[in-house]
Design a protein around this ligand. Structure first.
Ligand code: FES
Length: 101
């Protein structure tokens, strides 16, 4: 099987009071929404979506990385699933979610 994309959603969770985490900002809901959108579009054979540990820029999360494109999305919420799925279906990356720093 040849995947077109592999998507990593940071679901790392930390206790409140220190460095923020994607898990504390509902990244599990992002992963679920993205998975549902990919399956709804029949792209399940082309796109793998998996949890990941911390990707680095915790203050900007929830964070999502798309390979092989090397696209890094920040501040993702479940409502962004359709836009990201458009990218995964062959469209352009979602400019408003691109990590810029
Ligand atoms: S906890 Fe998600 S990038 Fe660090």
């Amino acid at each position: 099987m040849l995947l077109r994309h592999h998507v990593f959603v940071c679901t790392n969770a930390r206790a409140e009071g220190g460095r923020p985490s994607c898990g504390a900002r509902r990244s599990e809901a992002v992963l679920e929404a993205l998975t549902n959108e990919i399956l709804r579009r029949g792209l399940g054979a082309d796109v793998a979506i998996t949890h990941s540990g911390c990707l680095g820029p915790c203050w900007d999360g929830p964070n999502v990385v798309v390979y092989p494109d090397g696209v890094f999305y920040t501040g993702v919420n479940p409502d962004d699933a359709a836009a990201i799925a458009d990218h995964l279906a062959g469209g352009e990356p979602v400019a408003r979610l691109l990590r810029t720093r």
